[in-house]
Design a protein around this ligand. Structure first.
Ligand SMILES: Cc1cc2nc3c(=O)[nH]c(=O)nc-3n(C[C@H](O)[C@H](O)[C@H](O)COP(=O)(O)O)c2cc1C
Length: 154
């Protein structure tokens, strides 16, 4: 069976969010999973990054009641190029939000529906004051997803 490819695109501007994206990278790479992981800062992601991708993880923050500017910039640049070429892509996302995360979630869900990506797990919203437990929650979230991609169950 062909080895599956997961793309992880993220915007992690703070120390805490850098820890979150490192957990995603490290845990998938060190788990005994037969998947390839490509990690890209959202500023470097483009439509070519989606070639031969079997699953997608998005990590963003909420700013001003919306997804961060860099996350929006990615969709501004790539939406048209990805539309009708990536339908059905199994996708999950997490949001780090100081207070809420709801505005970011609503906006992302609309874009995912437009692109016809399949959200295979409910989003993980890490909101409020920083908690070390967020790292464990995110680890479990992405390993569940990566296992599902490896097994082809999505
Ligand atoms: C300019 C600015 C706007 C923000 N707006 C929101 C917001 O609308 N909703 C929210 O939940 N958090 C908001 N935050 C908090 C960020 O989401 C949070 O700082 C970010 O996720 C990084 O998390 P950390 O502080 O734990 O590193 C904002 C932060 C800044 C600096």
């Amino acid at each position: 069976m062909k080895k599956k490819n997961i793309l992880f695109i993220h915007h992690s501007p703070s120390e805490n969010t850098k820890r979150l994206s490192k957990i995603v990278e490290n845990k998938i790479q060190t788990a005994t999973l037969d998947v390839n992981l490509t990690t890209l800062n959202l500023i470097k992601a483009n439509t070519f990054s989606f070639k031969e991708i079997d699953g997608l993880i998005i990590g963003t923050i909420e700013n001003f009641g919306y997804m961060s500017g860099l996350t929006k910039d990615f969709f501004d640049r790539c939406y048209d190029g990805l539309k009708d070429k990536t339908e059905g892509l199994p996708t999950i996302y997490y949001i780090r939000a100081g207070l809420d995360g709801e505005g970011c979630k609503v906006a992302l869900n609309k874009i995912l529906i437009g692109l016809r990506w399949r959200q295979v797990l409910p989003p993980l919203i890490l909101k409020g004051s920083w908690q070390e437990d967020y790292l464990k929650q995110l680890e479990k979230f992405v390993l569940t997803f990566a296992s599902g991609i490896e097994l082809g169950i999505y």
